[in-house]
Design a protein around this ligand. Sequence first.
Ligand SMILES: *Cc1c(COP(=O)(O)O)cnc(C)c1O
Length: 423
Amino acid sequence: MMKKKDFIFDGCNMTELAAKYGTPLYVMSESSIVDKCREIKARFLNQYPNTRAVFASKAFQTLEVCRIVTREGLGMDTVSGGEIYTAHKAGVPMENLDFHGNNKTLQEIQMAVDYNVGRIVVDNRYELQNLNQYAGEANKKVKILFRFTPGVDSHTHKFITTGQLDSKFGIPLENGILKEMVKLAEEMEHVELMGFHFHVGSQLSSNEAHLAALDIALKMMKEVKAELGFETKELNIGGGFGIHYTGDEKTVNISEFLDPVMEELYVKCEEYGLSVPEITIEPGRWIVGEAGVTLYTVGSIKEIPGIRKYIGIDGGMTDNIRPGLYDAKYEALIANKMNQQETEVVSIAGKCCESTDILIYDIELPKAESGDILAVLGTGAYCYALSSNYNRIPRAAVVLVKDGEDRLIVKRETYEEMISREI
Ligand SMILES: *Cc1c(COP(=O)(O)O)cnc(C)c1O
């Protein structure tokens, strides 16, 4: 009889954790989140003066995660009233919040003003007018940035194509639209325009798009200074730093990614006669993605001879919609069979009534049996955040682990809770 060997994650035994809390279960490593925050501090914040990092909380927001990243000195990027509310309840200083969104509701704008959210990243003229009006009623002056679409200026660059211009986010640079907005904001009494924001994409492995967008931003900043006398104090260059999911995909190295960006910033600011603005980065996935593992119990196993073997798990698209939504890929292992060789190629099937509810196609695993604990890796970002009650499956619990200690930070949803708002 082979000795059993379990998957250990941040000092905790995942097989035992599955037994203790049940499955499906999200497990988040606090050490990993903290390490990532500290890496940003060491390699970016401490390297460059006048810089700021905020956690894009849409990737994974709970009260406890808000507390952890705040303790580590990061601010927070929010995209809805609900995210602002959660951050507020967690005790995140409101001046550290950035508030994004292409269609913030009036209630959300009012909430952001009432809560004194640090920066409202204005996306369009309608929002600007509503914001100025409400801030006036509240007798406040709110600090804002303009989110712009780093447009089509450079047809040579594959990231900066017309596809970028055709985005639901941000203010176009074309036809002087952004400049008009700058003028408008400068005339408004209750907003103070601090600068600009761009976000080029997600799960990026290289900084090409950032460099191209920065170039365009700096040219625009030079123009608004020359033409309107507007001096940019702050520039938020977004998030999107990629992580490892499968194969030889590499986690972005913060220095390699951002050093050239900062170099470019200093050189161009000098050349254009601009004072160097405060630079903010807003990574989400990079901070929490690799900190997460999802545990499932294997149930039914179906083999279609010569075609495919399906391993059925007790979760799926309700706790991780990314494979179904955009063909995301994951690695997995059998947590209670760490010392066994991979002997078969199988596909991991979720339990929802959708054919797209397949978490992983064609993964090599040790021979799986009903009752095994399957661990899917790298599920810390955009899984819990995108979870649903489809098929009336209760949302999974979240356990935080650190150096061999575990504690529940989100309780498993109950059937009663699922119907609690229904009349
Ligand atoms: C989603 C988003 C981010 C974070 O993206 P990641 O890929 O998770 O780093 C940052 N800024 C804005 C404006 C976003 O919409």
